[in-house]
Unconditional design. Structure first.
Length: 37
């Protein structure tokens, strides 16, 4: 991990994975709220 480019790629993968989890949670919340209406 001494290479800055490798560390940047690692952070990029982590941020994209976190963004995917957040968007998936929001999508599931929207689905459940639509069913309750």
């Amino acid at each position: 991990m001494s290479d800055p480019l490798e560390a940047f790629a690692f952070i990029l993968v982590l941020s994209s994975f976190a963004a995917f989890i957040v968007s998936f949670n929001v999508f599931m919340i929207c689905l459940t709220s639509d069913k309750e209406k």
